[in-house]
Design a binder for this molecule. Structure first.
Ligand SMILES: Cc1cc2nc3c(=O)[nH]c(=O)nc-3n(C[C@H](O)[C@H](O)[C@H](O)COP(=O)(O)OP(=O)(O)OC[C@H]3O[C@@H](n4cnc5c(N)ncnc54)[C@H](O)[C@@H]3O)c2cc1C
Length: 412
């Protein structure tokens, strides 16, 4: 729709406009972002090809000259023999088979049409809680168990055997630790909202810093309430408890329950490490709150990213529930391949779960229970099946990369 109608974040008429950072993140294949880009390269991604042609020095990262990059993508698309580029705002789906890739700030008319199909499963804000790498939890300071529910062994290794009644990991705090935590949350540096983002909080989903500002014990009566979570080691009731909920079925990553936040990323690490069980924690995903249109894909889309209710409408990009330039690129590429498969009379073959692109794909398409949370994700190791055996962090990353490389080769 650019340049006739601009979203609040876009300012040029070019396609593939990078609205914020000019970095497509790490290029090291032993990082999740690097792994995904390595896969996109092998899959012939136009976006990654154009990024490489316009890259600027940025250490291990693939950063681009944003104008040169967007110009090159625009030119390449315009020159595609099978593409006719029409620049106009759509307030309805066009006839025929379509791919909707309206992005996080999809235009209001189209959003209203999506809403008619998706109902309350189209969202306009993201309130994302951080995700912790299970292998970095200090189990000497954590115990498994649900509120008032069964409790499990205190040392529960994150290997899956305690899953049945230990999907929650509880991280207790003494009163002193709790007070220090609240104090740091109040003082911590926050990310400022964009001009087009009005802070409209839902009472059931307040950021931790808003709760901390409302009173000393608001968090202790809210997401950190210890009721029903006595410590099995000595039967005592902690002053406060941070609960972690399994984020994936492999139990390799855990969501910090109720921890949506606008704290800046380095502040999140610094402050959450006050919690004894998280003193060495690594975050696979940081908490955030921002304007973001996305649909509840696992319920709405089939395995080819088509609306179950209207199979001629596919979704791609960030609106499906991924976050970031390269993640959106990956889901765009998959949607394109699924269409190509159909036109060529081939059955669509989903990417392997062990690849970064497969991890994103299954995040969007794995069926959930109706009350199971679904939130947008960036690419991270928590989306991938666990590796067999134990290995050091650096080795694990290399093993993930190697396993993904082999799996992608077989798939191709
Ligand atoms: C403020 C902001 C900052 C961000 N910062 C980063 C960052 O630093 N790093 C990062 O990796 N990601 C960042 N993102 C996310 C990133 O922009 C997205 O992941 C990515 O652009 C999504 O790609 P997409 O193709 O799905 O959507 P978009 O890039 O948003 O493209 C959607 C296109 O659809 C068009 N469109 C929308 N509605 C209509 C309509 N009704 N009719 C016709 N056309 C329409 C829009 O004009 C736009 O060109 C940021 C997003 C925002 C909003």
């Amino acid at each position: 729709m650019k340049p006739a109608r601009m979203s609040p974040a876009h300012s040029t008429p070019l396609l593939a406009e990078l609205v914020c950072s000019n970095s497509l993140r790490s290029d090291d294949p032993a990082t999740p972002a690097g792994m995904l880009k390595a896969e996109l390269r092998r899959l012939g991604s136009l976006i990654v090809e154009c990024a490489e042609a316009t890259r600027v020095p940025a250490g291990d990262a693939l950063a681009v000259d944003r104008h040169a990059f967007a110009r090159l993508v625009t030119t390449r698309i315009a020159l595609e023999p099978n593409v006719r580029l029409e620049r106009r705002a759509l307030d309805d789906f066009p006839d025929g088979e379509v791919i909707v890739a309206g992005g996080p700030l999809v235009g209001a008319g189209l959003a209203a049409r999506i809403r008619e199909l998706a109902g309350d499963r189209l969202y306009f804000y993201d309130a994302i809680a951080p995700i912790v790498d299970a292998s970095t939890i200090d189990w000497a300071h954590a115990f498994r168990g649900s509120r008032y529910g069964h409790r499990h062994r205190a040392d529960g290794a994150p290997d899956g055997e305690a899953a049945a009644d230990g999907d929650y990991v509880n991280c207790p705090l003494t009163e002193e630790e709790y007070r220090r935590f609240v104090d740091e949350v109040r003082r911590g540096r926050k990310v400022l909202p964009h001009a087009f983002e009005e802070p409209r909080w839902f009472e059931g989903c307040l950021p931790i810093e808003v709760m901390a500002e409302r009173g000393d014990d608001v968090l202790a009566f809210g997401p950190l309430r210890p009721v029903g979570l006595d410590d099995p080691r000595d039967g005592s009731r902690p002053y406060a408890v941070v609960q972690l909920r399994a984020e994936n079925r492999y139990l390799t990553s855990y969501n910090m329950v109720g921890f949506q936040t606008r704290l800046a990323h380095p502040e999140q690490l610094r402050i959450f490490r006050i919690i004894p069980a998280l003193r060495n924690a690594e975050l696979l995903r940081f908490g955030s709150i921002h304007r973001n249109s996305y649909i509840r894909s696992p319920e709405l889309l089939d395995g080819e990213l088509r609306l179950r209710a209207r199979p001629e409408v596919r979704f791609a990009g960030q609106i499906t529930g991924v976050e970031g330039y390269i993640e959106s690129t990956a889901i765009g590429l998959l949607a394109g391949r699924f269409v190509a498969d159909r036109l060529d009379g081939r059955a669509a073959l989903p990417p392997p779960a062990a690849t970064a692109i497969g991890g994103l794909y299954y995040h969007l398409t794995r069926r959930r229970q109706p009350d199971e949370p679904f939130s947008p994700t960036n690419v991270n190791f928590g989306l991938l099946p666990p590796l067999e055996g134990r290995a050091k962090k650096r080795d694990r990353r290399a093993l993930h990369a190697e396993r993904a490389r082999a799996a992608l080769g077989t798939w191709l």
